[in-house]
Design a protein around this ligand. Structure first.
Ligand code: PDD
Length: 287
């Protein structure tokens, strides 16, 4: 891979020269939040949505905002330009900063947050092979903490769940709590039954996906019925279709859950249509 230009606390640097302290709260305590914004045709998808959610995550954790909206937008755009990203992702992370030592208590108010951004070049995201054939998933217990609505960098359990999926020879995992699916390891989960799109309602149990908000809006505009409620694995296995959404996967059909095939094993019409609408509308409004 070619050497990227990344952003760290006010500076654009070659990736191998970027440094964060060993005392950074993000490193020692996973005391940080992040956002992943999609880039299509060199433009940012739903930047505003990601900015609003970043604000919410920071507020919920009592963390300082590291840069104003306009500055963050400029950094995103600068990284897209400097790294010649046409299709890809921008990762942004804010931590509570360098506390100068290890201490469970938060560092003093005046401690500056750490702000890091980097790009990931991902040509072919729109024509992803997994989206074409549909994803195969397994269900695993949801063992994460109780504030999944805050987009923190505590991603150990989702990583473990991805490894369980890999070991099972499938693409991903959906997580279960009290018999009901919460969400995917890095995406929101949906089923389609008798034409209705069913997805868990927003609460502290799941991340409030930016793609979820857009997709549900487009679905309602297209007169599709949406029901926001939790559903079980049994219901998912018996559904006509299933799919998941995220900034990096857009809308991706699910064709197998715990070995049970859905809708003949190929992406269904609702997921396929929603993926098309989402990509089309996102491109129209990209900035
Ligand atoms: N993941 N749920 C979880 C647990 C997630 O980690 C994500 C995003 C989503 C979807 O949110 P959005 O539509 O705003 O991307 C739902 C990102 C892409 C990641 O961690 O890479």
């Amino acid at each position: 891979m070619t050497m990227r230009t990344v952003y760290v606390n006010g500076e654009y640097l070659p990736e191998n020269e970027a440094r964060v302290s060993i005392f950074d709260r993000g490193f020692l305590m996973a005391d940080g939040v992040y956002e992943v914004t999609n880039v299509l045709n060199g433009k940012l998808i739903d930047f505003e949505g990601h900015n609003v959610r970043l604000d919410r995550s920071l507020t919920e954790l009592g963390m300082k905002r590291p840069a104003a909206y306009d500055d963050l937008l400029e950094i995103h755009r600068e990284l897209v330009t400097r790294n010649a990203i046409n299709e890809g992702l921008i990762y942004l992370q804010v931590t509570r900063g360098n506390s100068g030592d290890r201490d469970f208590h938060y560092p003093p108010e005046e401690t500056e947050p750490t702000l890091v951004l980097f790009t990931q070049d991902k040509p072919g995201m729109i024509d992803s092979p997994v989206a074409k054939r549909g994803a195969r998933i397994i269900s695993v217990p949801d063992m994460r903490w109780g504030r999944r609505d805050i987009k923190t960098v505590q991603l150990l359990y989702p990583s473990m769940a991805k490894m369980m999926a890999q070991a099972a020879g499938v693409d991903d995992a959906w997580m279960i709590e009290e018999d009901h699916i919460t969400e995917g390891t890095s995406n929101n989960a949906y089923i389609v039954k008798d034409g209705r799109i069913i997805t868990r309602a927003l609460s502290h149990d799941i991340l409030h996906g930016i793609t979820r908000a857009a997709v549900l809006r487009f679905a309602r505009e297209a007169q599709m019925e949406v029901e926001e409620r939790s559903f079980t694995v049994a219901e998912a296995m018996d559904a006509d279709e299933a799919f998941y959404t995220s900034a990096s996967a857009f809308v991706t059909a699910v064709v197998e859950i715990d070995g049970a095939q859905l809708g003949g094993g190929t992406p269904g019409p609702v997921a396929t249509r929603l993926r098309e609408i989402y990509i089309e509308e996102s491109l129209k409004h990209a900035i």
